[in-house]
Write a protein that binds this ligand. Sequence first.
Ligand code: UD1
Length: 379
Amino acid sequence: MSQSIEKKILCIVGARPNFMKIAPVIRALNNAQHSFNVRLLHTGQHYDAAMKQSFFDQLHIPEPDVDLGVGSGSHAVQTAEIMKRFEPVMDELKPDTILVVGDVNSTIACALVAVKKGVPVIHVEAGLRSGDRSMPEEINRVLTDQISDLLLTTERSAKQNLVREGVSSEKVHFVGNVMIDTLLYNLNNAVPSGDTIASCLDTERAESVGADYGLLTLHRPANVDDPVVLERLLRTLVDLSGKLPMLFPVHPRTRQCIDGAGLNQLVADSQLYLMPPQAYLNMLGLMKGARLVLTDSGGIQEETTALGVPCITLRENTERPITVEEGSNTIVGSNPEKIKSCFNDIMHSGGKAGRTPEYWDGKAAERISDVVGDWLYKK
Ligand code: UD1
């Protein structure tokens, strides 16, 4: 087929973990040997400056061509609202394909609208499975993969998951991890941890942290929605912060849960230091400088593996098994004794350094643009 007519690709983002994935993809598509007409749509799922604009600014993501401005809501309301607002945009823009990333509500909502209009869907970060269908993200992953036409994976095990679910292996391409593209691209520009700590904590607290600290993130519904579970976790982390000061950039939903459960006092006099959500380059600096990281995030399991920083995952499972098999990640769940034992182990032994997985080399987005070009222009 002639390449004279540029194929139009509509890239979709919605929530914080999407932004670092789309940045290298847009850059690679714009620099590709195939010529594409690339547009960007933001659903507005995440809208606070700390959750959105700082990422666009630091990662030089172009301002979206369209912002659906959906904001917060229950899963049903948020997903439905995105679909309702996205459909007329599809009619107007008439893309040749849409490209979605990750596993958030915006991913499935836009994929569903496109596929019903006969517009093919590209899914970046396809095939990851935790096996835990109580996670909203797992439902989003399984469903998005079922209706995608081109499935691009970050680790080889993803293809086995997809084939097991009946996806044709011809649609699946192992390209590597775009989140790690962003990490490697920005590593030298990470904000030194000391600067971030000094700007977020008072002098006394900042001095108590010094250069030796742990880093914590927490936002999964399973960990934060139930006040009993949240309190038990925070008590454990407050205990551990006595051995190693702990920095805790707090996600908005977690902030609501801490406030709602009246748990601010629990952490007030401890060395577990609550901070606002961090911009990308600040978070990167904090991760890089941490002795260890505790998290229930998916992306941070990968980023710590790429950085060789020991990671304790506060979940019962992971959809990113390579971070455990090859990387620096250990899955411990939310049991206090298991968390303490893993923490103490890392404090004594230094923890797993791991190695960098295959194709987590900063070139995943270039591979994506090659695969997408071949697929769009030669099919
Ligand atoms: C979403 C994703 C999750 C991802 C996480 C990263 C789904 C199902 N979940 O979860 O996979 O790991 O983002 O951040 O899509 N809020 C704000 N400001 C914002 C955004 C949210 O205050 O900019 C508050 C809202 O009150 C909202 C709550 O945070 O109710 C949760 O936001 P939402 O987008 O529904 O899901 P997350 O928990 O962030």
